[in-house]
Design a protein around this ligand. Structure first.
Ligand SMILES: [Mg+2]
Length: 174
């Protein structure tokens, strides 16, 4: 079965059956050192390019890597991140270098510029349409957690501290 070009297989395992979906930044990858690129109030004033490209310097969040490693081999593990296509290769390299268990990586394709929560909701619907039975999600953005639970998916909220200082109604792209 053909999948969208922004779905990147790591193990050759097909999409479908029991599936766990984990976020990357703030759950497995420590993006704290690059939050300063987003200090500006308005989205148009934030340095999104600087923020995303600094991902190569992220360290591993040990408990996030352990969470991924703890997922049964019988379960398809998808990493779903709102990272942009420009850092696709850097992200693949980081996951490999740091030995992060995953079967699939899903990040934004070109021109997929919707806010993070909207974009992730669309990807989850596509996963389900492709046969994935999503049993669990984990994310550090409270808006994503709310959305995922709204889709009927049990979801772990993993606080990263990246979102605590902003109004809940503000648009979020990461
Ligand atoms: Mg995150």
């Amino acid at each position: 079965m053909d999948h969208p070009d922004n779905w990147i297989s790591n193990t050759g395992r097909p999409i479908g059956g029991p599936t766990v979906v984990l976020d990357l930044d703030g759950v497995i990858s420590d993006a704290a050192h690059r939050q300063h690129y987003l200090e500006a109030e308005a989205s148009k004033d934030k340095d999104w390019t600087g923020f995303f490209h600094a991902c190569v310097d992220d360290s591993v969040i040990a408990h996030g890597r352990a969470l991924a490693a703890s997922v049964s081999p019988a379960v398809c593990l998808v990493i779903l991140t709102a990272r942009i296509d420009d850092i696709r290769d850097a992200t693949i390299s980081w996951l490999t270098t740091n030995n992060i268990r995953h079967d699939w990586l899903i990040l934004r394709g070109p021109r997929q510029g919707a806010p993070s929560t909207t974009w992730k909701a669309g990807q989850l619907e596509l996963l389900r349409a492709a046969g994935a039975e999503i049993q669990l999600c984990a994310d550090d953005d409270p808006r994503n957690v709310e959305m995922m639970r709204g889709l009927g998916i049990p979801t772990l909220y993993i606080p990263s501290g990246y979102y605590g200082d902003r109004a809940s109604e503000s648009v979020e792209y990461r």
